[in-house]
Ligand binder design. Sequence first.
Ligand code: PLP
Length: 373
Amino acid sequence: MERKIPLTKPYITDELIKNVTDVLKSGYLTEGPVTKELEKIVAKYTGVKYAISFTSNTTGMETVLRALKIGEGDEVIIPNYTYPATANVVYMVGAEPVLVDVDKKTANIDYSKIEEAISSRTKAIIPVSLFGNPLDYDKLNKIKEKYNLFIIEDSACSLGSSFSGKKTGSLADASIFSFHPRKFITTGEGGMVTTNNFQVAEFCNSYKHFGMTVKQEGDDLILDPNEFSINGTNYKLSNVQSAIGLSQMKVIDKLLEERLDLAKRYDKLLEDIKEVEILKTTDNGKHSYQSYCILIQNRDSVMGEMRRRGVEVQIGSIVLNEHLAFKNTRVSGVIENSKILGNECLALPFYNGLTEEDQITVINELKSVLKIK
Ligand SMILES: Cc1ncc(COP(=O)(O)O)c(C=O)c1O
């Protein structure tokens, strides 16, 4: 059989399959008690008052923008190197994204370029903790306070990471995780908003439940299914999906430790390859390695050759201003690092359960492609 090392593999155990089966057998398939349990475990893990599940990070981000009344006439600053969802949600609510370059070493937004992008219309920044690399909130909070802006973190990739000992999810006005299968905690498709802001939590809960009225009981938000206060929609995460994520959340510490060990092993295997630059973890930060990325010249030909050899590698992320969808989007300052990352960033196979043998094979194949002895 031809050998293949996949880019990613969701963490599916027999116990997880049993938990999902139990939900199926219960007949309670829509959002329900398992979803609530998932919300509670994520709130506790990240250290926030409220966690509200969604059908995706994208629908969660859109709802948070609406909760903060960001809309027509407003501008929102976002990094130019991210997944298009970060910008699309800004357009979805009628506001305008403004693109700022990223730092080449961390792949996160270049904090030194944010201030020059701020105008009288700027309401918020959506920084992205890309690939699981946490954001520097010492820097972000200075800007937030000076200009009175909201920080909405696109933490799609970074459940488990932390900055200065505080978990991602607890550092911004609101943070939004993704549970897409390439994220290490997955529900198939899904997302989660975390916040300490009651108004955001109340609006999110109402909006995703068709606009139902929300009542507060202690820290719990209770929906009244017979009363509707706003025009909402349906962004509910089902019990079935939640059972997948809940089973993984219960062992998140173990999964995260394993990921950090895998990353250390790649770091070591790559340290003498001068053609490769390893992305850097934010100072005072703990990475959660949704992806393990390197920078390499001639990335596309290396990627093609690695794939031909059965090693599934992938580009890092998307350079927004190079795409038709964003041809009219305002770009602030000079964009150079996004372009470099767009050309050189390569994600290596990375998932819980990746063996040492496979990691060595990945790097040996890379060396062979680069013609290194
Ligand atoms: C940085 C970033 N933001 C947003 C998203 C969208 O997440 P979802 O698929 O859960 O909507 C992704 C997904 O890959 C992402 O990487």
